[in-house]
Design a protein around this ligand. Sequence first.
Ligand SMILES: *Cc1c(COP(=O)(O)O)cnc(C)c1O
Length: 395
Amino acid sequence: MSDYKESLETSIIVASTRGDSEIKTGSVNVPIYLSSTFHQESFDDFGPYDYSRSGNPTRDALEKTIAELEGGTRGLAFASGIAAISSAFMLLSSGDHIVITEDVYGGTFRFVTEVLPRFGIEHSFADFTNVEAIASAMQSNTKLIYIETPSNPCLGITDINAVVELAKSNACLTFLDNTFMTPLYQRPLDLGIDIVLHSATKFLSGHSDIIAGLAVTKDEELGKRLAFIQNSFGAILGAQDSFSLIQGIKTLNVRFEKSAQSARKIAIYLNGHDLVENVYFPGLSTHPGYETHNKQSSSAGAVLSFCLPNRSTAKAFVENVKIPVFAVSLGGVESILSHPAQMSHAAMPKSERDKRGITDGLLRFSVGLENVNDLIADFEQALEIASRQKEIVSI
Ligand SMILES: *Cc1c(COP(=O)(O)O)cnc(C)c1O
């Protein structure tokens, strides 16, 4: 029995209440500690909590949970995914340089291109599906390689092992945005990544009800440095939202597994449809990153993108599909359809978008928990109307 290792499925249920030993109420849920400050019983010896920006028992339970799930030593919870990401960038100093994926999330793009340069932190973008391109973007002052895999919205795949090797030989840090996979399907710290980042707004919370971010480190010293920034910068997650996120994480496995199964069926369905020009999903063997993704992740996840011929067919599809929500964001129990060219990537010039495959006909689909046959039937009728639209346009 001694080599028994608890599975992640069990950890996501029990991790948050492991720390109840100090309180010993036996509560199956972590209490929501709505207290900004904590009474210190002794004049000289302060207890574990003094002020909730620096530490709150509910947030602590969440931070311990994500650290455990990612196989790290320190987890930190932030007010949003972007708060986690920008706080992690604060580990850098003026004069440092970042090599970052050109397919990075829009908010990260904005922080790196519009905020960090004012503090003397420069960057180079590279095509992260190509390790040589990353290597040739490195400079003598590169202190960080920033990865997002799978990336948004075309699900580009970066070889994590290759980047870690490159970073180690250049003595620089690696951050990885693990939002699309969660620790259930991809464990970057095990592969040597220094900091794992999440928009917990998405699959981890899963109910489209909160905005939250998480960061995890394996190295304790790095964890301390990031905790110092969390406290100094102050973009912490509140106790109520920490509680909601703990509850969301408990059902991550059942939600994500079902959504991922449905995503696979929908990707196969779309791939065989005449009107669909391209399907981006790392679970299809035709996807350029298929083999690399399979090597480093245990599922293709529940987000896919597909390309209709043009803007008017995409518009007809969106206007006629009945089940999904048409919105930004992803990872909810409800399926979410979005139009990257006008939503997440609207700030990018059209020429840049087209280069990256983000055409006016591209749609991104985050698969929820509805019956997959209902979703496919809904797509079928909307694609039928979109096909007629295409004929009208071509006449
Ligand atoms: C949504 C998202 C973010 C930003 O997270 P917020 O919680 O919205 O601040 C970062 N990275 C990825 C991949 C995302 O999808």
